[in-house]
Design a protein around this ligand. Structure first.
Ligand code: FE2
Ligand code: FE2
Length: 287
């Protein structure tokens, strides 16, 4: 069973031995985007340092997801978590989030080549962790007798991101989408409590633990980037947050304790609470 970072390193190392033989030096970033998801994650997990993640030649995405792609509202019923299929569904859905998180991290590296070097190397570590999360989900799926692609997926996270400043990108991806992922992860863990040895549990625990670090990365760099451009970080947050919530609406109540652990200050927590409470998610978005 894999339940520690150290064990996960062992798993990644064994994947290296099993993979197609391509090494980090063979990695061509434009070609990387068109690899099947599992191969893409394996290759990224092998790379400890990337100097030049160039933007892909094909843009916007037309690479294989290895699954039928649907909008989130067409994805259909979700079986209960007590059945093996329900656990597999959960792992597949989580894997899809991790896959997009990995791709979004690399996309930011490609689109902001002039970002501070420390930012880039920290983000590369995030991308590698996302690839490990994806592989954990896929491996456990296989152990359960399922495979990546047995369900359709959405690419809503990827599509929510557009042309924006680096400050806005950090806010959207790491302080909104990844932060709402923390809320969702905590809820999933609650739903798994009481089930006997649910196969997804240790993976969800590992992901939630690592994701706190990803959101902390976003909180830290949001402040640094705002200050570097002469802006007040709190004022930026208060201005951007309503827009982010409209762009990627999340109806689940934010878990403020988890947000605090992930680097949100008291002012930001008040903004989140007030804006979320005042938002009527039933009114359709106009943009
Ligand atoms: Fe992740
Ligand atoms: Fe993440």
């Amino acid at each position: 069973m894999l339940n520690t970072t150290q064990n996960n390193r062992v798993m990644v190392a064994s994947l290296q031995e099993d993979s197609s033989g391509a090494s980090a030096t063979d990695l061509s970033w434009p070609a990387w985007w068109s690899l099947p998801p599992v191969e893409k994650a394996r290759r990224l997990a092998e790379v400890l340092k990337v100097e030049d993640p160039r933007a892909p030649e094909v843009w916007p995405p037309s690479w294989p997801r290895g699954c039928e792609v649907m909008s989130t509202k067409d994805l259909g019923a979700k079986p209960g978590l007590q059945s093996p299929e329900g656990q597999a569904r959960l792992l597949h859905d989580l894997g899809n989030i991790e896959l997009q998180a990995m791709e979004l991290a690399v996309r930011t590296l490609a689109e902001y080549p002039d970002a501070p070097q420390d930012f880039r190397s920290e983000l590369m570590s995030v991308a590698i962790e996302e690839s490990q999360h994806f592989l954990l989900c896929v491996n456990r799926l296989v152990e359960l007798g399922f495979h990546w692609g047995f369900r359709p997926v959405h690419q809503a996270l990827w599509e929510a991101v557009g042309e924006q400043s680096l400050l806005e990108r950090v806010m959207l991806v790491h302080r909104h989408m990844e932060a709402t992922g923390l809320d969702a992860g905590a809820s999933i863990l609650n739903r798994l409590t009481g089930l006997r040895q649910p196969p997804a549990r240790e993976i969800v625990e590992r992901i939630v633990r690592d994701e706190v670090g990803h959101v902390q990365f976003g909180s830290r760099w949001f402040r640094r980037l705002a200050l570097a451009s002469g802006q007040d970080p709190d004022a930026c947050f208060a201005e951007l947050f309503p827009n982010m919530l409209r762009r990627v609406p999340r109806t689940e109540k934010p878990k403020l304790e988890l947000r605090a652990q992930a680097g949100f200050n008291d002012f930001e927590l008040r903004v989140i609470d007030e804006v979320w409470s005042a938002t009527n998610f039933k009114i359709p978005r106009t943009n």
